[in-house]
Design a binder for this molecule. Structure first.
Ligand SMILES: [Zn+2]
Length: 209
């Protein structure tokens, strides 16, 4: 038999309980959101911390083989200097920086040759000439394939912004203007960007042949 009155009371009671539960559910949801946010923020902060505790060899990176598809979009480039490579590219393992007395990554290749000439590594347009607070007098060239080369720690620049240059064309001279590499002799800090990210320069030759 259906007792309308009794069921009606049960229904009202259940509704009342559910209403009472609404507040705790909202609070619980809020707490879960806060906990998830805290974890995400903590993760983001942890990722930003530089890893400098791990000692790494100051290996001179001469690997110029792009057959491993490290840079599928890249084209081979010429050496920007006749000098010797005194510090290699290291984007993962931090290397010793004597100027700051710490280990940090080195997203470029350093060439030393006294006050030697610095040359464009490939055809392109002089995009900028400026004094970087860390890397000193710096020239950047935008290449036709969208890659960008940079020439830092220069003592002088012999080219104007906007000018088109050929591969091998002299653009300036190396020097000691890089503050972050002030412990080093006169040199060129050369960097290469593929898709806007500093990459191991795909040199056609490692200067040893
Ligand atoms: Zn350097």
């Amino acid at each position: 038999m259906f007792h309308y009155k009794a069921n009606r009371e049960k229904f009202i009671n259940a509704l009342g309980k559910a209403k009472k539960l609404k507040v705790p559910v909202s609070v619980a949801l809020l707490l879960v959101c806060a906990a998830v946010s805290a974890v995400l923020i903590r993760q983001a902060l942890t990722e930003r911390e530089p890893v400098i505790s791990e000692r790494a060899e100051v290996g001179i990176v001469l690997e110029n083989d792009i057959s491993d598809n490290a840079h599928p979009e890249a084209e081979y480039i010429e050496l920007p200097s006749d000098g010797v490579i005194v510090k290699g590219f290291s984007s993962d393992a931090p290397v010793w920086n004597g100027a700051y007395s710490l280990y940090e990554t080195h997203a470029g290749v350093d060439f030393a040759l006294g006050d030697g000439f610095v040359r464009a590594c490939a055809k392109g347009r002089i995009e900028s000439i400026e004094t970087d607070e860390r890397y000193g007098l710096t020239v950047t060239i935008l290449h036709e394939n969208g890659c960008r080369s940079g020439y830092a720690s220069l003592s002088e620049v012999s080219i104007a912004p906007g000018k088109t240059v050929k591969a091998g064309e002299i653009i300036g001279k190396m020097g000691v203007s890089a503050v972050c590499e002030s412990d080093m002799e006169s040199h060129l800090h050369f960097f290469y960007e593929i898709n806007g990210k500093k990459a191991l320069p795909p040199f056609a030759s490692n200067g040893q042949t």
